[in-house]
Structure formats: C-alpha cells, structure tokens
Write a protein that binds this ligand. Structure first.
Ligand code: NAD
Ligand code: MG
Length: 395
C-alpha cells in the first residue's frame, strides 16, 4: 500500500492522479491533498478521497477551508502555508509524493519530499529547471526515488535500458534522445499573426488538456525548452545529446536512438493518466482508464524540425541550458512573469519571448550554492522581469 501526498491536487495533473488512484483502492491511500486558491474544489476532493490532511498554500484561505470542510462533513486536519506543504511532503507516514504544483512555488515542497527520501513523482518541471544540480544532489543524498511524470520524460524513461547509468548514455549504446513536441496550437498560424493571438487561443491545445501556464508554454514551445533542460538533469545528458522533433499528432511521446540504428519510441493516447499510472505503480503496470491506440484510425503520422522564428523561446531555453544554472533559473522566472502578463492581457503573445530574452541578456552568471541562493536569484530575476513587463505593457 502506498500512502500519497498530492501537491497541487486541484490542477490538471492532480485530478488525473486522483482518477488513477481511485481505480486502485487496494494499492493507494491519499494522505494529504493540497491546493492554492480553489477551495471549493479542494474540499470536494477531500469529501471524495478522505485524506488525513488538507493543505491550502495561501494562509489567507485557511478560515474559508475550515468552514467549507465542516459544511461538507470533511474531517481531515486542515493546515496552511508553505511550511505545511513541506510537512505533508516529508511526513514519515508518506511513501509517495506527486509533485504537481505549477511553477517555482513547487520547489520547496518538492525538495522536502526529495530530502525525506520519498518516491517522488515529478510533474513540476519548473522545480527541477530552477534548481538542477542541487535537486539531483538531494536525490542522491537521500536515496529518494525520482520518477518522471512529464509524458516525454516518462517515455524516455520507458525506452531506456534497465542498466542505464545516469550521465552515461554512451555506455548503453545510446546516441541521442529525440524529444517530441506537437508544436502547439500555432503550428501553422502565420508568424505575423502571432502577436494578436489571445490567451483563449493559446490555451486551446490541439491534443492535450492542461493547466493554463503549461498551455501557454506549449504554444510558445517554452514548454519543450523547459523539458530540454529537465531531460538533461533527469538523465544526466549533454545538450548535444538531445534533439527536438515536431510530431503534431502527439502519439509518440519521445524516443531513444541507439548506436546500431534502432530507435525505440513510447506511444499512447495523449492522456496524462498513462505516465501517472506508470509512475504510481512502477515497476508494475496498472489500469489507467486510458483507451489503447487505434492504429486503424491514425491517418497522419508526421515529423518535422521546429522553426526557430516561430518558436524563439525554445532556442532561448536551449541557449540557457548551455549557459548554466543561473541562466535557466532566470529564464524560468522571467517566463513565469511573462506568461502571467500574457494571461492577464498586459502583453502580447510574442512579447513573452522578447521579455525572456531581455532578462537573459541583462544578467551576469551567478554561483548558486544552496536552495536559498536559488530562491533569492529567482526573486531578483522576477523583479527584473516585472520591470520589463511594465515597460513593454500594451497601451
Ligand atoms: P494547473 O494549473 O492545472 O494546477 C496547478 C496546481 O498547483 C493547482 O492544484 C494549484 O492549486 C496549485 N498551485 C498553483 N499555484 C500554487 C502556489 N503558489 N502554491 C501552492 N500551490 C499552487 O497545472 P497542471 O497543468 O496540473 O501542471 C502542474 C505541473 O505539472 C506544472 O509544473 C506542469 O508543467 C506539469 N505538467 C503538466 C502536464 C499536464 O498535462 N497538465 C503535463 C506535464 C507536466
Ligand atoms: Mg511534457
């Protein structure tokens, strides 16, 4: 029996995780559910899944959670704040933590699970992108079991040989990792028309249903850029060992190319319940509620190279990956500010890349020795990004 803390329970990944968990009451028990602002959803999930703890990240929502929980007969103990998120992630009764908070806010709670040596199911890619080596060092020190939920990294993990050694793809005969991406909703939109696209259009992903931040990142392909960096850290790869391939149908979720010419791909429906179930049950396989692929219905199956003009954010991320940790942390911070600004209609879609580039161009490399340094640097870069945002704001 695994006892699970679900960080970000009310989000897209959180709900898919609970869907899989509910199919296997013999295997999984929910220990804690956490959310930021969506109190009604959190309390309703608590009624269904009966966790021992409910945690609301924003302390100002505590009284409301208490009141609503009482009204629904929810008996879970209610906690609030970042410290409480860290406590339910590291509690000795917990075996497994699903890290599905979006953005930098997930860093400390996710690391807390890592430091406590849990089985950590990582969806929150920003946490790893921000902290890189420090995150991986913490995994190695505590003996935590880190499993990738992000569909591409989960696919790569499934295509690697069992004896794969971190940082040594050559010893397993691996030539490169082919990281696939759909190209998002603007794959064929004329580049000149991108400035005027709306948040609604950006969030209407053709294949995947996801939270708003990652949906915008998919439209700009910053998501693929963050995933590029994520792949380097998860598997110990050099940037030259990863190639991004556009595959608009999202049937192949990534591939591993071997020296002998073999390419191993993982395929499936674009439904996050598959990688979530894979991580939850690893190394076993369980029902995820996902239909198998119907090959007779697959008409198109195509691949191209991403257009650098259409996706400047992808290139910024690859450059930052080569530049090092202070650049990737800065880029992640700038991008969170820029995406929020776009979602609030303060800046246009193409200004996201402009703002990200400005931040990257105006910073100096930093030595980041500890998580507190990372968090301070993240804050500094956000302030810089906010200043640029104000100067670039639409009239
Ligand atoms: P979402 O916006 O749907 O959900 C985010 C969750 O985080 C919510 O439960 C929210 O309450 C919580 N949250 C938000 N801000 C918070 C804060 N400041 N403090 C504490 N909690 C906070 O996002 P999502 O699509 O589920 O994505 C979650 C993470 O998983 C992201 O890092 C994303 O990149 C990654 N991911 C998502 C998908 C997907 O298909 N949705 C796929 C791969 C990876
Ligand atoms: Mg992904």
């Amino acid at each position: 029996m695994q006892t699970i803390t679900l960080l970000g329970a009310t989000g897209s990944i959180g709900l898919s995780t609970l869907d899989v968990i509910a199919r296997h009451p013999d295997r999984f028990r929910v220990f804690a559910l956490t959310a930021h602002k969506n109190i009604d959803a959190l309390v309703e999930l608590a009624r269904q899944h009966r966790p021992e703890y409910l945690v609301v990240a924003d302390k100002s929502n505590y009284a409301e959670v208490q009141e609503k929980a009482r009204a629904l007969g929810v008996t879970a103990e209610i906690l609030a704040g970042e410290q409480a998120l860290m406590e339910v992630s590291s509690d000795s009764r917990v075996t497994t933590v699903m890290a599905a908070i979006v953005g930098a806010a997930g860093l400390r709670p996710t690391l807390s699970a890592v430091q406590a040596g849990k089985r950590v199911l990582l969806a929150n890619k920003e946490a790893l992108v921000m902290s890189g080596q420090l995150f991986i060092d913490a995994v190695n020190q505590s003996g935590a079991e880190l499993l990738p939920v992000d569909s591409e990294h989960n696919a790569i993990f499934q295509c690697l040989p069992e004896q794969f050694q971190y940082g040594q793809p050559e010893t397993s005969g691996i030539e490169r990792i082919l990281l696939t991406g759909s190209g998002g909703p603007f794959l064929t939109t004329p580049v000149e028309a991108l400035e005027a696209v709306t948040p609604e259009q950006a969030c209407a992903h053709p294949n995947w249903s996801m939270g708003r931040k990652i949906s915008v990142d998919s439209a700009t392909m910053m998501n693929k850029g963050l995933e590029f960096i994520e792949a380097c850290w998860l598997f110990g790869l050099e940037p030259e060992q990863i190639q991004v391939v556009l595959h608009p149908q999202s049937v192949i979720h990534s591939m591993v190319q071997y020296r002998d010419g073999s390419v191993i791909a993982q395929m499936g429906q674009p439904d996050m319940r598959t990688p979530i179930a894979h991580c939850l049950a690893y190394p076993e396989r369980i029902q995820a509620g996902v239909e198998p692929l119907n090959f007779a219905a697959l008409t198109d199956f195509s691949f191209t190279t991403p257009d650098t003009q259409r996706y400047p954010n992808l290139m910024l991320a690859i450059d930052a990956c080569c530049a090092g940790q202070s650049a990737t942390t800065a880029l992640n911070a700038a991008n969170e500010v820029a995406v929020e600004g776009f979602l609030q209609r303060r800046i246009g879609f193409t200004t996201i890349a402009l703002l990200n580039r400005r931040v990257l161009e105006s910073i100096q490399p930093q030595e980041l020795y500890a998580i507190d340094d990372i968090i301070a640097w993240d804050r500094e870069c956000r302030q810089l990004a906010q200043q640029y945002l104000e100067s670039l704001e639409q009239a």
